[in-house]
Write a protein that binds this ligand. Structure first.
Ligand code: HEM
Length: 88
């Protein structure tokens, strides 16, 4: 029992440090980014407002994508229907 409580507490501490998932559909702030801002964010983690993304977002892997691949991902995200959320 005590072990379960310790694990629950550690999990709560870990989760509280995690960033919330952004809304990548057209109701989120990503919809206001340009293609080149998107490319910079996925390659360097820097958002247009100068902040950087948490490393939970595996941007280092996406930094290997070509311009054409990033254009395809960006274009795809523009086709996803809006999904309201309380997030960003
Ligand atoms: C093609 C796949 C993906 C795309 C296009 C993508 C795109 C993005 C973008 C544009 C943001 C910034 C949004 C904003 O700040 O409003 C973001 C943030 C984030 N992404 Fe991804 N992502 C992808 C995959 C993933 C995966 C696989 C994970 C985790 C397993 C992940 C986790 C996160 C997290 C946790 C954030 C928030 C970072 C923060 O607020 O500091 N993403 N993603």
């Amino acid at each position: 029992m005590r072990r379960a409580l310790v694990i629950a507490r550690q999990t709560a501490i870990f989760m509280s440090g995690l960033p919330s998932s952004p809304n990548l559909t057209p109701v989120g702030r990503l919809a206001r980014w340009t293609q080149s801002e998107f490319n910079v964010a996925l390659r360097t983690s820097a958002r247009p407002d100068g902040t950087t993304m948490n490393d939970m977002m595996p941007w280092k892997f996406f930094s290997h994508l070509s311009d054409e691949e990033l254009r395809a991902v960006f274009a795809y995200l523009r086709t996803v229907p809006s999904a309201p959320s309380p997030g960003k």
